[in-house]
Write a protein that binds this ligand. Sequence first.
Ligand SMILES: O=C(O)C(=O)C[C@H](O)[C@H](O)CO
Ligand SMILES: [Mg+2]
Length: 403
Amino acid sequence: MKISDAYVIVTSPGRNFVTLKIVTESGTYGIGDATLNGREMAVVAYLEEHVIPALIGRDASRIEDIWHYLYRGAYWRRGPVTMAAVSAVDLALWDIKAKAAGMPLYQLLGGKSRERVMTYAHCTGRDIEGCLAEVEKHVRLGYRAVRVQAGVPGIPTIYGVAKREGERYEPADAELPAEHVWSTEKYLNHVPKLFAAVRERFGEELHVLHDVHHRLTPIEAARLGKAVEPYHLFWLEDCVPAENQESFRLIRQHTTTPLAVGEVFNSIHDYRELIENQWIDYIRTPLSHGGGITHMRRIADLAGLYHVRTGFHGPTDLSPVCLGAAIHFDTWVPNFGIQEHMPHTPETDTVFPHDYRFEDGHFLVGEAPGHGVDIDETLAKQYPYKRASLPVNRLEDGTLWHW
Ligand SMILES: O=C(O)C(=O)C[C@H](O)[C@H](O)CO
Ligand SMILES: [Mg+2]
């Protein structure tokens, strides 16, 4: 199964996506997602200049060897650009292997551990009432789990909240980074009221999640975790920037609120202390940033030893290729927790035909050989790349903060 061709497709059906296609001599091909939101073209250059020339002629069935060849061969190791490129190759090769075996990917991984994959929806509002209206809508659509984010009085633009009621939230909305303003005190004083309102309106059973998006210090995160314990969140996500894994020791000492982390991680080494010390409850790294199936299953296995479960990142900036592969992984992985779901635009869904389905708050895996997602290359050409950046955050006095 020699690799005879490989190329990158950049398309922007509503937002930018980078897709790697690997073709073998027999004509069987696989595709992988290489999208790194706001830094897309860095991965394109990495793949075209450094990876594709080294792939041609290699045996596509040797996934493990190719993974180590690309990881060790770069010498520099890890990092989001390298790992997005390695992930795309890995996803495309698993797609090829499963197609060659005539099996859906979950079968190659070890078969089904569950019938369906629970997913959570994004519910956002300019204020608490607006957010509750979105929760109501999503509960009616069948979701058992919702992520709630609401505007905070005194903070003009905040992470996770769409500009207008009913609109989709898309953070990479400007060519150069938009500047937002952040106040920790205003946020901390307001946000527990949101969870109180959700519990009062929707009762105890609904799973409620929230993303702090890296904005607090450890002691502030501890205060928030403690304050929201009566509302028993499914998880509190990215409550602090997590480069310093040790900071989770302090948070954990103070609160029983479950913690999720890792959407910006790309290696098992980013997680080791967090998992081994049982400081977190959910791992968030998507397959397209964490080294593909080959590396993410090692992280999931390590996590499983410590009762830590998966809760893969699934915003619109990961393409349907990543989501499709994730649904296979979620269907197999023994320590599954939940899968994030932010629906793609109809244009994106047409550029990437797929066989996964959403039904009653869950994803159902498809039975097509491979990961079940393809790309319509002719249609993709109609949506050229547009530069788009994620925002930055400043404190009210102008100090640059975490976005
Ligand atoms: O979906 C989430 O949990 C996010 O935090 C989304 C991120 O802001 C987004 O992926 C940044 O590119
Ligand atoms: Mg997040």
